[in-house]
Ligand binder design. Structure first.
Ligand code: AMP
Ligand code: GLY
Length: 441
């Protein structure tokens, strides 16, 4: 049977008395969410010398080794507010978009509590595709040409006159299933009927946009109004199997240090996309105050926006935050309070992370398999879906663990990660063997 890894951090190993004593001096932070992304946020916060106590709601079994899990749902805004008030939380950091869309930031601010994350209205940059496309059009931010429709016949007639493949996006939250790349008119007809006649996802409109070609990458920035602090670029792997085959997932791995994006590309994306979007949101009266995530594509016509997200990406966060050398508490706190922060400092080198998922994921899968060998792994292990009973770790979700290693270059990081994964044994886990393959082709 495997032992628990990572071992409880020194902070958790301290007695309650010591923690209370520290509490008088240090900051108490509440992190909202319970996946690998939040584990990486908690881990970064635990490196801050200013932070003495971390709560995470709902957290997960691995997070519970570094923070105190709080059994509240990430959308239970009133419950979370009462918890933060009763437990003298100095700062709250929001992971999931669902919490932002539920208005957690508006509620905490109205109660005078500092919180890192966007208001419900500003979260529209992610939750409404049409809002994001209109914003980009109005402010000259490069993206695919589009039209939006609520009427099935009109949408179909527009698509018929456009080249294929065509991209159809439901305008609203659709649990990652709202985007269809239609290869021909028949597929487009089916998808439009599903979205606009059967209302499978709800009453929302549909955005129809041109199909772009090129490598995709993620550009996450901390944003406070017009102040935009860039993070290292990263790339997610959405398909379940090697060679980018199989169904779409929540992400099977990620890495930093993208060789196909030049310094000039990053500068362009920073100025012409991320900074412009932040300015545009201020001009619209919806200033951002959290993470803006540009889902970008390097097309032959230049870098364009595929989508914006209003939060940290998962699994990107797990490879980006380990590179942060600055104190993350200062960044979260400054952005939450609308105060300038020092430009974050990032380590040289790169990171690469591989997700271990339950066999069958993203379809149906079984839970409760014993995971052994974690205590011998010499790499960062973020928990995504585990449970711990009597000191043993078990699978408890679709994506279960993410193993992340740094390296001087990608070949080095990749070798280390796969070497360390070999030490983990579990009969019901699978993982991709080709993370960062684009960098090696
Ligand atoms: P989204 O939810 O908007 O990020 O779309 C999901 C995925 O669909 C993206 O990660 C892309 O791989 C693909 N996609 C979305 N829009 C386009 C587009 N205009 N051209 C090509 N692929 C796209
Ligand atoms: N990595 C994709 C996302 O966080 O939306």
């Amino acid at each position: 049977m495997g032992l628990v890894y990572p071992l409880p951090s020194p902070k958790m190993a301290k007695s309650a008395k010591e923690i209370n004593l520290e509490n008088c001096l240090g900051k108490t932070v509440l992190v909202i969410g319970g996946g690998g992304r939040e584990h990486a946020i908690v881990d970064a916060l635990s490196r801050s010398p200013q932070v003495s106590k971390i709560y995470c709601a709902p957290g997960n079994a691995g997070i519970g080794l570094q923070a105190f899990n709080v059994p509240l749902k990430d959308t239970d805004v009133e419950g979370l507010l009462a918890f933060a008030q009763e437990n003298e939380v100095d700062l709250t950091v929001v992971g999931p978009e669902a919490s932002l869309a539920a208005g957690i930031v508006d509620t905490f601010r109205a109660a005078g509590l500092p919180i890192f994350g966007h208001t419900q209205a500003a979260t529209a940059i992610e939750s409404s595709k049409e809002f994001a496309k209109k914003l980009m059009e109005k402010y000259g931010i490069p993206t695919a040409a589009y039209r939006s429709f609520s009427d099935y016949e009109e949408a179909l007639s527009y698509v018929s006159g456009r080249p294929f493949p065509a991209v159809l996006k439901y305008d609203g939250l659709a649990a990652g299933k709202g985007v269809v790349i239609a290869q021909n008119l028949d597929e487009a007809r089916k998808a439009l009927a599903d979205m606009l006649l059967d209302h499978s996802f709800g009453e929302g409109r549909v955005v129809v946009e041109d199909f772009l070609i090129g490598p995709e990458f993620s550009f996450l920035c901390f944003v406070d109004g017009e102040r935009v602090y860039p993070m290292p670029l990263s790339q997610d792997h959405k398909r379940a199997f090697d060679g980018d085959k199989g169904p779409n997932t929540g992400g099977m791995g990620a890495y930093t240090g993208l060789p196909f994006i030049t310094g000039e590309d990053k500068e362009f994306a920073y100025k012409e996309i991320l900074c412009k979007a932040a300015k545009a949101m201020v001009a619209e009266g919806l200033p951002l105050s959290g993470v803006l995530y540009g889902g970008l594509m390097k097309t032959p016509q230049g870098i364009k926006v595929i989508e914006f997200n209003a939060r940290f990406g998962d699994p990107e966060t797990e490879v980006v935050l380990p590179l942060l050398e600055s104190d993350i508490f200062d960044i979260f706190d400054g952005v939450a309070k609308g105060l300038p922060v020092k430009q974050p400092v990032w380590a040289d080198g790169v990171t690469l992370g591989v997700v271990l998922a339950s066999k069958g994921y993203p379809g149906s899968y079984e839970k409760g398999y014993d995971i052994e060998g974690l205590e011998t792994v010499d790499a960062q292990v973020y928990h995504m879906g585990t449970s711990i009973r009597d000191g043993h770790v078990f699978t408890n979700g679709g994506r279960v663990l993410m193993v992340v290693s740094g390296g001087k270059d990608l070949a080095d990081a990749r070798k280390k990660v796969y070497q360390e994964i070999e030490k983990i044994s579990c009969e019901n886990l699978f993982y991709r063997k080709d993370i960062a393959h684009w960098a090696f082709e």
